[in-house]
Unconditional design. Structure first.
Length: 239
């Protein structure tokens, strides 16, 4: 559409851009394996009933020429150079990985014992970005340089939301890809959606604890959420 010979054309179309509805909330993305495939793909083309979307680390492009953003794609933009993750504050890192695991925990599987495997690639990306180690959705307290990023306690504070169904313990086959011994303190050992407690940042006196990833000693240790009026507030125990 143009107003004269010297005017640049401009175009009008119906507003049909809805990446969340058409793609992220689509039936395919309700499956557990799809989240990892989507998150770790460098470039993806989505064919939907309404239009085609092209996604990369720079955002989402629509057929209508609109450019959109996808926080999940930006968060896991490049496993080799995780600039997005490292440029965020410590609190934002925690909130982002908690939201990611919350989303993943609500997805469906044909075989429940695939739950810890279908997110392993994403977890490896996060561990590399945070410069630490861990497993089964739990991060070690100290990073590779010996400093404490404060991830262990926050990753252990998972729970079943009151409005969700009971968590069911997964029966892992003894010969299934080395995941027959998923620890009971990991949400990956259960089917069902989980969420994370959100104690205020900067207002908690954390007790020194050691991650199972940092010690091979099999002993019970107490996980303490904080100290209030001299009394320890206990969250649970790990074995």
């Amino acid at each position: 559409m143009s107003e004269g010979p010297d005017k640049a054309p401009f175009y009008i179309c119906e507003n049909i851009d809805d990446f969340n509805l058409h793609v992220l909330n689509g039936r395919l993305n309700k499956r557990g394996w799809v989240l990892q495939q989507h998150a770790l793909a460098r470039r993806t083309i989505f064919f939907t009933e309404h239009q085609t979307y092209f996604e990369c680390g720079d955002g989402v492009r629509c057929e209508t020429l609109t450019k959109m953003s996808n926080n999940l794609a930006a968060f896991l933009e490049d496993p080799n150079s995780p600039h997005i993750i490292m440029s965020t504050s410590q609190g934002e890192k925690i909130i982002r990985f908690q939201n990611l695991y919350k989303t993943y925990s609500g997805l469906a599987f044909t075989k429940a014992y695939d739950r810890p495997i279908a997110v392993d690639g994403i977890q490896s990306c996060l561990l590399k970005a945070f410069g630490t180690h861990g497993g089964y959705g739990i991060f070690a307290e100290k990073n590779d340089k010996g400093r404490g990023p404060g991830l262990l306690r926050r990753s252990l504070l998972w729970y079943r939301p009151p409005d969700k169904k009971e968590l069911v313990r997964i029966k892992f086959p003894q010969d299934h890809a080395g995941v027959a011994t998923v620890p009971s303190w990991s949400w990956m050992a259960y089917m069902g959606e989980v969420d994370f407690l959100q104690p205020p940042f900067g207002n908690i006196n954390w007790m020194a604890i050691r991650s199972p990833c940092e010690s091979q000693k099999k002993k019970t240790q107490c996980v303490v959420l904080g100290v209030e009026n001299g009394n320890q507030v206990h969250i649970g125990r790990i074995r």
